[in-house]
Design a protein around this ligand. Sequence first.
Ligand SMILES: [Zn+2]
Length: 64
Amino acid sequence: MTYDRLVCANCAAPVAEGRCPVCRANRERLQQEGPFGGMSPVMLLALLVALIATLAMFAAYRTA
Ligand SMILES: [Zn+2]
């Protein structure tokens, strides 16, 4: 998610400029989230479990 065009509700300036504490807090939070910021850790974990289960099923079919 990009925050370049996000406007702060507190100071009405772009969040990326970090003019007020609200801007800076939002900017830090968005930067920490990284490329998977739109996904929750629970969602990522569920995807990982589903992937492992699928691979395990493939392995079982191939050996049977
Ligand atoms: Zn602000």
